[in-house]
Design a protein around this ligand. Structure first.
Ligand code: NAI
Length: 396
């Protein structure tokens, strides 16, 4: 890209980030504190997280605290103007919106090769890369943003990560503030914006009644949607039933729903067997971290034709004459879809304050923390809850 175009792109990223920054009071306070205390002096923070304006504000906070930043995004959700802006701020950033999956993996490998001392991870990609590259000795600790990354650290990487990783998702504040209310609102808003369809009276099936699923179901119902829940955990089924939703196995709900939204964190929820049972015109969307909840490979392979109806909407014609509509190619609909906004500013101000203070704790006390995945320290949760409530009531 030409230099003039690059700087135009960076200006756009700067302007969008400035608006977002002005609406994130918790991060503004952390930035002022960090600029005084410089907790990350001498550290390189390696990051793999959605590259959007809210993340740019988080990176500014960490840089104000003295960190060198080496970052990449997640596949399919990188915003090029934000990348250009961050590069102008002196950060090393890999990735672009159109990266293939292979390029994305190369970006993650480039962050690992930069030998970060602290990780800000998403989906445990960096932790796995550090383990594979035999670089665990140079890392003092890190944070992990997601449920899926927490699961990976505790299963696939169990016993192989010798440094502490604070799992931000293991925090009541994040679960309620971000996963339930942030994801609930933004997934429903994204579906409305992408499809332009009406919610009231439509039949929605939410697969997974964890924190995200609860929020998605709640916001759909608030708009007048008829909502059913498919779960595998009997306690969550119990909760969904008492919250007033129809609860049944996905196969049973397949012919009933107009819309299907997955939020489980696990692969192969919408399988070819489920697709067989869908009504003509059913719409499929995913909110879970990995693009594996809808088996899109099988869906595309079985298609007689695929038509891009509009940005982030494809109609997939099936050989038996039915068609299904797939949103955002089965990637996270609120981040990878059309003109993605991600979670609300307040939800991310909260979530990223959790990130900032957890990273500060890692920088100051890594040797006092146990190795491996662990929850956010209770004192940090309480401090952040107090700050959030103060900010919420500041303008009343
Ligand atoms: P969670 O662990 O609270 O809930 C997942 C639920 O799915 C559990 O209740 C589990 O029993 C259920 N489940 C598992 N297998 C199932 C199956 N085969 N059928 C039906 N239900 C099944 O996790 P949480 O926090 O709700 O996160 C869900 C996913 O959303 C994760 O991949 C997470 O990384 C992602 N996420 C996405 C965000 C976004 O902005 N789109 C933001 C935060 C998390």
């Amino acid at each position: 890209m030409k230099v003039g175009m690059m700087s135009e792109l960076a200006d756009k990223g700067a302007a969008r980030t400035a608006w977002i920054r002005s609406r994130m009071p918790l991060l503004a306070e952390a930035r002022a504190d960090f600029a005084r205390s410089r907790p990350f002096n001498g550290h390189c923070i390696g990051m793999s997280l959605h590259l959007e304006p809210k993340t740019a504000v988080l990176l500014e906070v960490l840089a104000a605290g003295g960190a060198d930043i080496v970052a990449t995004g997640n596949h399919g959700s990188t915003q090029d103007d934000v990348v250009a802006y961050l590069r102008e701020q002196g950060m090393t950033v890999f990735g672009s919106r159109d990266d293939t999956l292979e390029q994305h993996h190369e970006n993650v490998a480039s962050v690992v090769s930069a030998r970060p001392t602290i990780l800000l991870d998403n989906g445990a990609d960096l932790a796995a890369g550090i383990v594979e590259a035999g670089l665990t000795g140079s890392v003092i600790g890190g944070t992990e943003e997601t449920t899926s990354g927490g699961v990976r650290l505790r299963r696939e990487l169990d016993g192989r990560v010798p440094f502490p990783v604070i799992v931000i998702n293991d925090s009541m504040l994040k679960a309620v503030g971000e996963n339930r209310h942030g994801v609930g609102q933004s997934v429903v808003e994204s579906i409305m914006r992408i499809t332009n369809l009406m919610i009231p009276g439509r039949r929605f099936v939410v697969a997974g009644y964890g924190w995200c699923g609860r929020g998605i179901a709640q916001y759909l119902r608030a708009f007048g949607g008829k909502v059913a829940v498919a779960e595998v955990d009997e306690l969550k089924m119990f909760e969904a039933a008492l919250d007033g939703y129809r609860v049944a196995p996905l196969a049973e709900l397949a012919g009933w729903g107009d819309f299907f939204i997955t939020a489980t964190g696990f692969p192969d929820i919408i399988t070819p067997e489920i697709v067989e049972l869908l009504a003509d015109g059913a719409v499929l969307a995913n909110a879970g971290h990995f693009p594996w909840e809808i088996d899109t490979a099988s869906l595309y392979a079985s298609a007689s034709s695929v038509t891009e109806l509009d940005a982030a909407i494809e109609r997939i014609e099936l050989p038996d004459g039915r068609s299904v509509v797939l949103l955002a190619g089965g990637r996270m609909v609120n981040l990878a879809g059309r003109e993605p906004k991600g979670n609300s500013l307040e939800a991310m101000d909260l979530g990223f304050l959790l990130q900032s203070l957890s990273l500060e704790r890692v920088a100051s006390s890594a040797s006092a923390l146990p190795a491996g995945a662990q929850p956010v320290p209770d004192d940090l949760e309480r401090t952040i809850a107090r700050r959030f409530l103060r900010a919420l009531h500041a303008d009343r």
